[in-house]
Design a protein around this ligand. Structure first.
Ligand SMILES: Cc1cc2nc3c(=O)[nH]c(=O)nc-3n(C[C@H](O)[C@H](O)[C@H](O)COP(=O)(O)O)c2cc1C
Length: 371
């Protein structure tokens, strides 16, 4: 049967993938409240479309950190993509580049920065996890620079791994025929089987729990690349990120895989946008599955969005063609949403094009009580 929306790839991936892999991709932390909320919150935002505007031409292009892309829809970093498909991150890189958009490569990719670069031209960001051994970090950042990556997405919500119970039950571990390719030469590419989640043990052993704002400044002493701070969801941290020299913020709750019961990212977005005061761009990821979701995020002030799981599920289902199709479907849905809302370019998308549950009085007048 023909796939007509992004969400349908999840069921196909579930059929195709080993349970351990599918569960690792799909799961959230603990009660998975935030996982559901990341999606549900979008349904609390409704449109206020404008009509009788010439929408015969629609321009979805935008600029991210100075790089022109075809649409404000980008690819979030997600680990270990070769578990989904033999071509893994290489297929994702090709699909992103064909769509004219940005791919973010995970530190924990099963393809190296050099291998991804060798797929051809494309604008790519590198997601960084900070290891206890800072020589490892410095080497990796240098390799990413040399391989032509244009920015570092520094993930700041993972001093420890969130409690993902499916991974504990499944004793999740990277299959032995794969390695975390960026760390292969550093003897950190393998993951040992553990009594719980092998990844949680790996993180506990290698990732630096002491990471703090001063390390964001340290990072700027070892690289000229702009730094996006990924995982901010409060105004307080937005201000600190700007002070620390961040080039942008990604409002993210790590796909609901870290702290459960944080708000949906789309609910946290406006707080961050207001605190950023237009000084640096604010991006969002988490639960974006429709073109309407993209529009809602932009209306609430995001400069662009990233998608995570849809890439993994479509990769599992159809490889590069699947990821291309996901990007194409989102592009078309987003274009249609713009047309039906009366917007012909991204700058025409405003806060007035949506109404949310949290601005009730203005647009959802309650009936007056009968006297
Ligand atoms: C299987 C999986 C692996 C992920 N791996 C990483 C990672 O290595 N680094 C990182 O910063 N975020 C990682 N993320 C989080 C994503 O970058 C992103 O924040 C999240 O997936 C967005 O939500 P969505 O999946 O609902 O689109 C991962 C997410 C998933 C689902």
């Amino acid at each position: 049967m023909e796939v007509t929306n992004v969400m349908e790839y999840e069921a196909i991936a579930k059929q195709k993938l080993p349970k351990m892999v599918f569960d690792y991709y799909a799961s959230g932390a603990e009660d998975q409240w935030t996982l559901a909320e990341n999606r549900n919150a979008f349904s609390r935002i409704l449109f206020r479309p404008r009509i009788l505007i010439d929408v015969s031409r629609i321009d979805m292009t935008t600029t991210v950190l100075g790089f022109k892309i075809s649409m404000p829809i980008m690819i979030a970093p997600s680990a270990m993509q070769k578990m989904a498909h033999p071509e893994g991150e290489l297929a994702t890189a090709r699909a992103a580049s064909a769509a004219g958009t940005i791919m973010t490569l995970s530190s924990w990719a099963t393809s190296s920065v050099e291998e991804v670069a060798s797929t051809g031209p494309g604008i790519r960001f590198f997601q960084l996890y900070v290891y206890k051994d800072r020589n490892v970090v410095a080497q990796l950042v240098r390799r990413a620079e040399r391989a032509g990556f244009k920015a570092i997405a520094l993930t700041v919500d993972t001093p420890r791994l969130g409690r993902r119970e499916a991974d504990i039950k499944n004793r999740f571990v990277l299959p032995p025929y794969l390695t975390l390719k960026n760390f292969e030469g550093l003897n950190l590419g393998k993951m040992d089987q553990a009594n719980d989640s092998g990844l949680a043990s790996y993180v506990a052993g290698q990732i630096d729990r002491t990471l703090s704002w001063k390390d964001v400044q340290w990072l700027q002493t070892i690289t000229k690349l702009p730094i996006l701070v990924k995982g901010v969801i409060t105004a307080e941290d937005t201000r600190l990120a700007i002070q620390a020299g961040a080039a942008g913020i990604i409002v993210s709750n790590h796909g609901a895989r870290q702290l459960d019961y944080v708000p949906a990212t789309i609910m946290a977005l406006e707080e961050v946008v207001k605190a950023a005061q237009g000084r640096i761009p604010v991006f969002l990821d988490g639960g974006v599955r429709r073109g309407t979701d993209v529009f809602k995020a932009l209306a609430l002030g995001a400069a662009g969005i990233f998608i995570g799981r849809p890439v993994l599920f479509s990769l599992a289902a159809e490889g590069e063609a699947g990821v291309r199709k996901v990007l194409q479907m989102l592009r078309e849905e987003f274009e249609l949403t713009m047309a039906l809302s009366g917007c012909t370019s991204l700058k025409e998308i405003t806060r007035d094009h949506v109404t949310t549950d949290w601005d009730l009085p203005r647009t959802h007048p309650r009936p007056l009580p009968r006297l």
